[in-house]
Write a protein that binds this ligand. Structure first.
Ligand code: 6PG
Length: 248
């Protein structure tokens, strides 16, 4: 396969990756109607943190109608240094004027199944979904691990097979933990998905996602919006070595 399976934008370095990611988020927010709600799903991990900090500095953004969700959460409380919420709160949320009611944290300090049920109910209530209706998140930010996981959809875990629920508690034996994660039905109904991937340690998994045979594709490769757009924003270090993706 010569062409990448999905649209790819290559940033020359980690700094340009942050600037480009910020620009795409800012553009999506600016395109929304002033009084229309906008739902954004934040990713965890380390890569998005500088993007969140840059967004927090942009005083032109009106956050009043923006609703924040998360793609997944570790089984920790909101103050724990492992918490995806904590990272986003410190980098972005506590530095902007967003209504507290618009911040839909995964209450992962609860037992995972309870946290998953509560979060699914909150998504359905906030987005006013009918029974069985999937959420049309306006923008979903995702990262990818070296093993090709995204959110907490890890290789070989049960959540990969979930076709009904939007949120599940997913046992991740390779981390000896259970995490709360959005499922493919929740992710693939989005209007816009942006992966932000940095570093040479991700290039093998990216090769599998962008160029590999389907039977070898890791979980991140199965994020395929059914009626939305997807962009893989990567830096030069993450470019699959065998592929010759076009540079930006
Ligand atoms: C998490 C994230 C996870 C993350 C990848 C990449 O909870 O860790 O949801 O899916 O996006 O592991 O993480 P880095 O950006 O730290 O490489």
């Amino acid at each position: 396969m010569d062409k990448p399976r999905y649209p790819v934008r290559i940033a020359s370095d980690a700094e340009q990756l942050v600037d480009t990611a910020y620009g795409i988020v800012q553009a999506a927010l600016s395109a929304k109607h002033a009084d229309a709600p906008f739902s954004i799903v934040l990713s965890g991990g380390a890569t998005p943190e500088p993007v969140f900090k840059k967004l927090a500095q942009d005083r032109s953004i009106d956050w009043q109608n923006v609703h924040f969700f998360w793609g997944d959460e570790r089984s920790v409380g909101p103050e724990d240094e492992q918490s995806n919420f904590r990272m986003a709160n410190e980098a972005l949320l506590r530095n902007i004027d967003v209504p507290e009611a618009n911040v839909h944290r995964i209450q992962a300090e609860q037992p995972p199944e309870e946290a998953a049920d509560q979060y699914e109910e909150e998504i359905r209530r906030t987005l006013e979904l009918d029974a069985g209706e999937s959420p049309r998140f306006d923008l979903v930010l995702l990262g990818m691990g070296e093993d090709g996981h995204t959110a907490s959809l890890f290789p070989g875990t049960q959540a990969l097979d979930e076709q009904e629920r939007l949120v599940v508690a997913n046992d991740v034996p390779q981390l000896d933990t259970t995490r709360v994660t959005l499922t493919y039905p929740a992710l693939n109904a989005a209007r816009q998905v942006m992966f932000i991937v940095s570093g040479s340690d991700k290039s093998h998994a990216l090769q599998q996602v962008l160029y590999g045979p389907e039977h070898e594709m890791p979980p991140a490769g199965w994020v395929q919006p059914t009626n939305g757009s997807i962009i893989w924003l990567i830096d030069e270090d993450a470019v699959p070595k065998k592929a010759t993706a076009t540079s930006e």
